[in-house]
Design a protein around this ligand. Sequence first.
Ligand SMILES: NC(=O)c1ccc[n+]([C@@H]2O[C@H](COP(=O)([O-])OP(=O)(O)OC[C@H]3O[C@@H](n4cnc5c(N)ncnc54)[C@H](OP(=O)(O)O)[C@@H]3O)[C@@H](O)[C@H]2O)c1
Length: 193
Amino acid sequence: MTSRLSAGETFLVHGGSSGIGTFAIQIAKVRGVKVFVTAGSEEKLAVCKELGADVCINYKTEDFVARVKEETGGKGVDVILDCMGAAYFQRNLDSLNFDGRLHIIGLMGGAVTEFNLGSLFAKRLTVQATGLRMRSPENKAEIVNEVEKNVWPAVVAGKVKLLVYKQFPLSEAAEAHRLMESSQHIGKILLIP
Ligand SMILES: NC(=O)c1ccc[n+]([C@@H]2O[C@H](COP(=O)([O-])OP(=O)(O)OC[C@H]3O[C@@H](n4cnc5c(N)ncnc54)[C@H](OP(=O)(O)O)[C@@H]3O)[C@@H](O)[C@H]2O)c1
């Protein structure tokens, strides 16, 4: 992983019950990482806990920056996996430890924001945005190889499970999108061609 997340470190996953989040929690636990999650309901947080999350934060009722600080003795977490973008940008920087790494994979909370560059200097922070779409086929193939080598063994061993909330035939794609927009789901929504 480009975040260099390693055993003994702390990791905050926003949207812990999402398709991405449920996978990230489990793979981080396999690697000996302490996992923090945010989600918007107690039901979703309970699933995250079952998957191995150590610290579960309801972002609707709690300030995640304060809770992260409280749980880490004021230090902050080492790595954040973020799908909120602008809405969480400054608060994410405030939640990171020295040499912390913020990885942005989604912009659900917008793409434009203003922030204090000083917080990057003060804690030597790294901000990276990553995605699959803009990569060359060769680069995508490299990623698939790395996943096969480093992630797949944990799936085969049953240590990482894929949570599928519901499957739809491709002809019902609009229905699948409505479900995703409602955010009732926990884990993946599959479209079957
Ligand atoms: N860059 C990439 O390569 C890549 C790949 C796949 C996905 N993505 C992006 O990653 C994001 C998640 O994808 P997904 O497939 O896992 O979608 P998803 O299952 O719909 O996940 C979205 C999650 O965000 C949570 N959420 C909404 N508002 C939140 C807030 N204020 N704070 C914390 N969590 C919040 C929702 O949970 P609650 O109900 O708890 O709010 C939901 O679980 C999307 O933005 C997607 O575009 C990026």
